[in-house]
Design a protein around this ligand. Structure first.
Ligand SMILES: Nc1ncnc2c1ncn2[C@@H]1O[C@H](COP(=O)(O)OP(=O)(O)O)[C@@H](O)[C@H]1O
Ligand SMILES: [Mg+2]
Length: 366
């Protein structure tokens, strides 16, 4: 029998999206073909501690509570995980062939974990340090989109200290540049946490204060009356785009509640778009993927302005939701790649990228 590939699945994390990650990771683990892969679940607690699971720990929450406490190693030659407590792990478990970070948001999707995995010299699924970091920061991401000639919604970036020092002046500055309604967002977050739709001046102050709780950087965007269209991208240097899908939110916008709590939001795949619009979405999705220097996978989200019928690139998500009902795998399924095959492909892409990197020289002799 061919040797199985040992995949470390990273989940949880120091992020407002900790819970969501658990659901995504459970689906990924379930769908990884056991004939091909040996899964090592690695739970990252809310405090940022890493725990490795064993066969006895069935649920991911048990891994977080009772798994062996380890620290990730940055040694390219040695084992990738080092146990810190007395409970013994099988030595083999500490050596991993590849890591699948199923971490959403801060300290997982933002390039920090990717940096550790780079130092460790281990292949991993998804975007590298730069793509992850750039895709996480809504201000930097939008600047890269704009630079690549992609259509983006007008925005203003403000820093927390500006808000604290002169809130009145800041509100006037925002109002001089953008008309209501506005969207106020922390720059580095996801799952709509800290995001408000602002209808008038009265709502602007509290929305800025809320966003400032989650980040030192805030973006204020012109609010559109828009349909929400999404497209999945898969690949490294020659990525491909899926059939687009559409989200119809049960709430006024696709907020945290509409995403995870309340039932009634609809996912429509394929999105009801003309052929030309579909092609445009796919083309823009690939260009957005490249603009941010993504690798492996990303879900690119669009706003389709109803009054003008114009498409705007809203964001890329470098570690999209991975539950069986999540848009990323669903859109691939509709494009002919079932969930388990998608995971196979993502792991292959991780190895491919790693091999590509190994071709790069890190020494110099004149
Ligand atoms: N400029 C905008 N106009 C209209 N709706 C918006 C705008 N920006 C965000 N939204 C709504 O807010 C949701 C969350 O915003 P988004 O930028 O996607 O942040 P997150 O990274 O948290 O998903 C979107 O899915 C959409 O429903
Ligand atoms: Mg979004």
């Amino acid at each position: 029998m061919k040797k199985r590939i040992r995949v470390g699945v990273l989940f949880g994390g120091r992020s407002g999206e900790h819970e969501v990650s658990l659901v995504s990771a459970a689906s990924v683990i379930k769908a990884l073909n056991p004939a091909k892969y040996e899964v090592v679940p690695i739970g990252v607690s809310r405090e940022g501690r890493w725990h490795v699971g064993s066969k006895a720990l069935k649920r991911l929450s048990d891994v977080l509570e009772h798994g062996t406490h380890v620290i990730p190693s940055v040694d390219p030659q040695g084992p990738k995980l080092i146990p810190l407590d007395s409970r013994q792990l099988q030595k083999a478990q500490l050596k991993l062939d590849v890591i699948f970070p199923v971490l959403h948001g801060t300290f997982g999707e933002d390039g920090t974990v990717q940096g550790v995995l780079e130092l460790a010299g281990i292949p991993y699924v998804g975007a590298g340090v730069l793509g992850s970091a750039a895709g996480m920061d809504k201000d930097v991401m939008k600047r890269l989109f704009r630079d690549a000639g992609l259509p983006v919604v007008d925005w203003v970036m403000v820093l927390r200290w500006e808000l604290e020092q002169s809130p009145g002046r800041l509100r006037r500055l925002i109002e001089s540049k953008l008309d209501y309604p506005l969207f106020v967002k922390p720059a580095n977050l996801g799952s709509s946490v800290g995001i408000s739709k602002v209808h008038n001046r009265r709502e602007l102050g509290p929305a800025l204060d809320l966003a400032a709780r989650y980040d030192r950087k805030i973006i204020v965007e012109k609010g559109l009356d828009a349909r929400e269209v999404e497209c999945s991208v898969l690949g490294n240097d020659q990525p491909e785009a899926s059939v687009p899908g559409e989200i119809v939110s049960v709430n006024e916008f696709y907020d945290y509640e509409a995403k995870y709590v309340k039932e009634g939001s609809e996912l429509v795949i394929p999105a009801k778009l003309s052929r030309a619009q579909t092609r445009l979405v796919q083309d823009l999705a690939l260009r957005a993927f490249r603009a941010v220097d993504c690798e492996g996978m990303a879900r690119v989200d669009f706003l389709l302005d109803r009054p003008s019928n114009k498409l705007f690139v809203n964001e890329v998500n470098t570690i999209p939701g991975f539950t069986p009902i999540s848009m990323y795998p669903k859109m691939w399924e509709a494009s002919g790649i079932p969930y388990p095959a998608l995971l196979d492909r993502l792991i292959e892409l991780a190895f491919e990228r790693h091999r590509e990197k190994e071709r790069t020289r890190y020494d110099y002799k004149s």
